[in-house]
Design a protein around this ligand. Structure first.
Ligand SMILES: *Cc1c(COP(=O)(O)O)cnc(C)c1O
Length: 377
């Protein structure tokens, strides 16, 4: 007996306006790039596209790092790629935790056999550089500093330049999560001296989810080459992946997600056309527009003004309001997705994203009008 044939036809997603913590709205140009014909992943035309992609990513990351490419998996795997390659058993790593994603970094260090030295800040606050300095003074043998530039669980932006400078003074390398920051606020890997960075395709780059741009400095590559214990992950071992993404002769490692990479290429071409500075300014301007509307509705921000992410606006849910019911009605009646609180902020906040192509006036007007009718209508 065969399993009965299911009565299922093509999936047609509803039209949504994506104003949560990612994915963000994908531009029609990116969607149409995804629909272009699939070619072989070792086809010279595809290899040429991969080389362009690396150049576009270097621009987005503001780096000259040779080892800059997109991991064939979501941001979480970009994170793991950084940790499994740079952390060896016994390594001490200073990890800053001011939200969910910092917690995940600490967990990565443990799973690599390292010892995390935790620097904690209140959820909603940026990482305090003074505490990081103290941690290195107490643990001068720490070899890496890891922090989240833009904490998507709270909406706080940390001072990456200051944090990286402290690590450098203590002779440590820096791993930075810039999943939500890349393309939305300045990310200047070379100027700040960041050694390893990972991002995601679906936040301010406004591509579909499932790809993780990463970049590694010369010092990071040296550390990886000097490893005594082999990288515990075969798929993420940069020594192996390298032969696929660089060099004159590309060798098979895994089959790259061909069409998703067309999409990322297109979204990065669009970022370059707009210009990084203009993209940062657009995110700022639209944040200020949304902010005045939210404040007019009586909503207040979780994060203090000088540490707010323009692309992720976290506000307290007013007393007596059923936060989940509001999100459900936003989705069902207006087609708008916003984010709920995570971890320590679960049930207490809304997270309204203005990332990439979602950061535009039409979305702000729609979201504010919908919220007004649900809260005060
Ligand atoms: C979204 C996000 C991630 C994880 O990315 P995925 O693509 O969901 O795996 C990691 N860090 C931060 C700060 C994020 O916002």
């Amino acid at each position: 007996m065969l399993v009965a044939k299911p009565e299922i036809s093509s999936f047609q997603p509803p039209i949504r306006t994506l104003m949560g913590p990612g994915p963000s709205d994908v531009h029609p140009r990116v969607l149409s790039a995804l629909a272009r014909p699939t070619i072989g992943h070792l086809d010279p035309a595809f290899v040429g596209m991969m080389d362009e992609l690396k150049g576009l990513l270097r621009y987005a990351f503001q780096t000259g790092n040779e080892l800059t490419f997109a991991v064939s998996a979501p941001g979480s795997v970009g994170m793991e790629t950084c940790f499994v390659n740079l952390v060896s058993p016994g390594d001490k790593v200073v990890v800053c935790i001011n939200g969910v994603f910092g917690q995940r970094m600490a967990e990565n260090v443990r799973r690599c056999g390292g010892t995390p030295v935790i620097v904690e800040d209140r959820w909603g606050d940026p990482v305090d550089p003074a505490k990081v300095e103290e941690a290195f003074k107490a643990h001068p043998d720490a070899v890496i500093l890891a922090f989240v530039h833009a904490e998507t669980s709270t909406g706080a932006l940390s001072d990456a330049a200051s944090l990286a400078a402290i690590a450098r003074r203590f002779g440590a390398l820096t791993i930075m999560d810039c999943v939500t920051s890349l393309g939305g606020v300045p990310v200047l890997l070379d100027e700040w001296g960041i050694d390893a960075a990972y991002s995601g395709s679906q936040k301010c780059l406004s591509c579909t989810p499932g790809l993780s741009p990463v970049s590694f400095s010369v010092a990071a590559v040296e550390r990886i080459k000097a490893r005594k214990v082999p990288c515990p992950s075969w798929f993420q071992d940069l020594g192996l992946v390298l032969g696929y993404w660089s060099g004159a002769k590309r060798t098979y490692h895994h089959t790259a997600p061909v069409n998703p990479l067309y999409g990322l290429h297109e979204s990065l071409v669009m970022l370059a056309e707009e210009g990084l500075e203009n993209a940062w300014q657009r995110h700022r301007d639209n944040h200020l527009r949304l902010r005045s509307g939210l404040e007019a509705l009586g909503l207040s921000f979780v994060v203090r003004e000088n540490a707010r992410l323009p692309q992720l606006n976290t506000v307290w849910v007013p007393d007596g309001v059923d936060e989940a019911a509001v999100r459900t009605r936003l989705l069902q009646e207006f087609g708008i997705e916003i984010g709920a609180g995570l971890g320590a902020l679960a049930g207490r906040v809304w997270r309204i994203g203005l990332m990439g192509h979602s950061s535009r006036q039409a979305n702000i007007t729609l979201c504010l009008a919908a919220l007004e009718s649900l809260l005060h209508g």
